[in-house]
Structures are given as C-alpha cells and as structure tokens.
Design a protein around this ligand. Structure first.
Ligand code: SF4
Length: 358
C-alpha cells in the first residue's frame, strides 16, 4: 500500500517501514511492541534530523493506524530492553507480565540516566564520537584540528577507545557513534580501531567509520561485514586527487571512492561519503574555484553509496582560504538535493552551509 503522507524525503523506505510495522502488529502483544520499537530505532538515521523525529512518528501513526503514544511506548520498551528475551526475564517465577503492566511502568519511567560517558560530538549527524588517536598526521590544509583552540580541546583528554567502546557496548539505548571525526582512525592499519569495532559490532549502536585511509581500513572489513550496524565511510572532497589540500592522506580521492565501491559491491557494507569540506572559493581575479563539485561526486558514486553528508569549509579565514563566492552554496544546493532525491539517497546537509552564506 502506498503512503498517503506527503513527506519531503524519498518515500520508499518509509513505505517499507509502514508495511513491516503492519506485519508485526499481528504478533503477540509484548513481542509486537518490542519489534516495532526495534524497527523504528533501526530506521532512526533516516529521519534526517532529530527535530524531524516527532513528525515522522506522527506520519507513521497516520499510516499504520497505531496511535502516536503507542509508537512511543514501543520505542521506550525497546530502549529499556535490548532483546525480547530480556523482557521475558523480568517475569517473576509463576508470575504474569502483561503489555498493560509494562506500558504503565514505561509511562511512569523518568528519563533514564545514561550509563556511559556521553561525548558531545559537535556534529549534527552523530550523537557520539570515539576518538582512537590523539594526533592525525595527514596534515590536510583545511583541517581545523590544528587550530590552537581545537588543539587544546583535543589535548584535554587522552583517548581511551577500547574502554569507551566497552561502556557504550553495555548501553542498550541506540546511539550514532562516529569513529572518528577528530583524528583519522586509520593512520595505518592498527589493532586498536579493529578492537573498538569488535566490541561495538554486537551493540545496539549505529557505528560510522570515517577515514581517508580506506585501503588500510579494509583490513578490518571482515569485522565490518559481520555486523549490520557498522557503516563504512570516507571523506571525498573531489573526484580528483588534491595533493595541495591533502598532502599526506594515504589514499587520494579516486582510491577512496574505489575502496567504497568494493566495500559495497563485494562485501555489501553500508557506505557513506562525507563531502566536507566543500572546497570552493573566489580568487583575487574574481574567478570561482570549486574543487569539490558535490553534484559530480553524487553522479559518479550513487550506485554504491547509501548516505551522503555535505558540509562547508569552516574557519576559512584562520586557515588561509580566500572567501566564499556570495550565495554559492545556496545556488547549488537545490540541484544537489534534486540528485539525492532522484537516486533515493539518505543525506545530511550540515548547518554550516547555511551559516557560511551569511
Ligand atoms: S584526515 Fe581529518 S583529522 Fe586528519 S588532518 Fe585531515 S582533516 Fe584533519
């Protein structure tokens, strides 16, 4: 059955979600509520922005005929219990557990304190970040981690990635964890990042591996392909090598793209591209130099990439880049949006794209 809601994003996944929820609705009371909560949380990344969550739940309620409050009960149930077995383990010997009892206790439940150390990511598309290394040696010209303020922030804490991963692994509340947006997790192939993935693989979280060295990262593709919650991504700043901008990155842009293609086509991984920063400026003579041209990246990669993140070049002045041509992002975003919708891709536009225009 087709969705009747007019949502602003591709509807195929939404229709599928609606159909799956309808199929689960005929299961036993407790099981079906848990399964629906599980399904909604697994699709959470597709809700695009946290603030669209309520809207999507409202649309789901209309499509499925299940009330909004019941859908929220389902989510709370799944958040409290990582598996359906864990729900049944609550039943005292000889006792009875009904959906009504559980629902009442869920509704009384105050917001649970998160059991792991929360790390503010500073990025909107992930809720948490695990830093594996403290220094990145790739020396990208546009890297803001080398700016004094950012550097002192990073130096404030020594990374302890495996311990952090263990804490997250115990937390049943699903999160979106980046590895890593501050320092590349694959300076070279290494056992620490692999260990972190092994710990988080069986967890409830969406784990997003982001690297400019996918060649070495693919040494761990056996771990990544074992778990459905691990996504494999790379920063792609152009279709071409950019040695001046990324002098020491082990893989240039074409090789990163090639690795992602292999990851999708041969190993079936969820793949993403972070097209950030979008490298564009206006030189002294007024000529516009756009090295990134995100629409070209999308046209070239859409058959093997599931998710695109697009962000601006931040700290332009401090990093010594010329100014952004006036209205440039605003002018090109509709076309990029058109392509993403046409190819039915998940996407995220970072808010700096709007802020940088001002
Ligand atoms: S790979 Fe990322 S963290 Fe490393 S220098 Fe480049 S931008 Fe900075």
């Amino acid at each position: 059955m087709k969705s009747v809601c007019r949502l602003k994003y591709p509807l195929e996944w939404f229709d599928e979600l609606v159909e799956n929820i309808r199929a689960i609705w005929i299961k036993s009371e407790i099981e079906k509520h848990w399964a629906i909560g599980d399904l909604i949380l697994k699709n959470r990344l597709k809700f695009k922005k946290p603030e669209y969550g309520n809207k999507t739940i409202a649309h789901l309620a209309i499509e499925t005929g299940i009330s909004k409050s019941t859908l929220y009960d389902c989510i709370k149930l799944r958040r409290r219990y990582p598996s359906i077995e864990a729900v049944y383990n609550e039943i005292p010997p000889g006792g009875k557990l009904t959906w009504r009892n559980i629902r009442d206790s869920l509704r009384k439940q105050r917001r649970r304190r998160v059991t792991v150390q929360e790390r503010e990511t500073g990025v909107e598309y992930a809720t948490h970040n695990i830093r594996v290394f403290n220094n990145c040696l790739f020396n990208c010209r546009y890297c803001y981690s080398k700016l004094p303020l950012q550097r002192s922030r990073l130096n404030r804490r020594v990374p302890n990635p495996t311990e952090e991963a263990k804490l997250y692994a115990k937390d049943p509340e699903p999160k979106i964890i980046m590895i890593d947006f501050c320092c590349d997790p694959y300076p070279t192939k290494n056992s620490v990042t692999r260990k972190v993935l092994e710990i988080l693989g069986p967890s409830a979280h969406q784990v997003m591996v982001l690297t400019k060295n996918p060649r070495d990262a693919m040494e761990d593709i056996d771990v990544m392909s074992k778990y459905d919650n691990i996504w494999f991504g790379s920063s792609v700043t152009s279709l071409y090598p950019l040695p001046k901008e990324e002098p020491k990155a082990p893989c240039d842009n074409p090789e990163r793209i090639e690795c992602l293609k292999i990851a999708k086509e041969e190993y079936g991984l969820h793949t993403f591209i972070s097209t950030e920063p979008w490298l564009v400026w206006e030189d002294d003579s007024g000529e516009i130099i756009d090295l990134t041209r995100p629409w070209e990246i999308i046209e070239h990669t859409h058959s093997f990439i599931d998710y695109y993140i697009i962000g601006a070049l931040n700290y332009r002045e401090q990093l010594g880049y010329p100014p952004l041509p006036k209205g440039y992002y605003k002018h090109h975003i509709p076309h990029i949006l058109y392509l993403l919708m046409k190819y039915k891709k998940m996407f995220f536009f970072k808010k700096e794209l709007r802020i940088n225009e001002k």
